[in-house]
Design a protein around this ligand. Structure first.
Ligand code: GAR
Length: 186
């Protein structure tokens, strides 16, 4: 069975959905990599019995140093795909070179519009009428890699940010497992 590793920094709702829909069916979710002790995704991993590697970037001198350690863990697994799901860190050249073309990310906006940390807030502030999510390959830039797939919805106009977030997450939870499945089958 093919193996994937998920990277997350926060709540981990995408991680949860990926495990619920794909684990031991389409692929093995072999590891959760997390850069924040105490993040809710770690609680989810424990309940789901998915192994974790948690690290504190501040304990390393450089990004290359912690990415080397991540690579050591990944090399034991030999994942077919690395899935970033709310991992709020730019991937450095150590990981990119080791897993070129095998790292994907989900972003809560219709790239190339609104890259960065707050795609939803930036899109709302701009006043867009169509919102959506993007799955893309990861390159050295911020949300700049080749787009794999997107999904969108039209706003009614007066939703709260919370309502928009709920719709965005629902779209992500549909799209991401589908894209992962397609990539693993290709
Ligand atoms: C998701 O909405 C994802 O698109 C976003 O973080 C959220 C994580 O939610 N990622 C980015 O903004 C990356 N630039 P989750 O922890 O509940 O899966």
């Amino acid at each position: 069975m093919k193996k994937i590793v998920v990277f997350a920094s926060g709540s981990g709702s995408n991680f949860q959905t990926i495990v619920d829909k794909l684990h031991q069916k389409t692929c093995e979710v072999a590891l959760l990599v997390c850069d924040k002790a105490g993040a809710y995704c770690l609680e989810r991993a424990e309940k789901l019995h998915i192994p974790t590697f948690v690290f504190n970037p501040k304990e390393y001198e450089t990004k290359a140093d912690f990415e080397k350690e991540i690579c050591q863990r990944l090399n034991l697994i030999q994942p077919d795909l690395i899935v970033l799901a709310g991992y709020m860190r730019i991937i450095g050249e150590t990981l990119l070179n080791a897993y070129e073309g095998k790292i994907i990310n989900i972003h809560p906006a219709l790239l190339p519009a609104f890259p960065g940390r707050d795609g939803i807030g930036d899109a709302l502030n701009y006043g867009v009428k169509v919102m959506g999510v993007t799955v893309h390959y990861v390159d050295a830039g911020i949300d700049t890699g080749n787009i794999i797939d997107q999904a969108c919805f039209k706003r009614t106009g007066n939703e709260t940010r919370e309502e928009v977030e709920t719709r965005i997450h629902a779209l992500e939870h549909e799209l991401y497992p589908q894209v992962i499945t397609q990539l693993l089958q290709a």
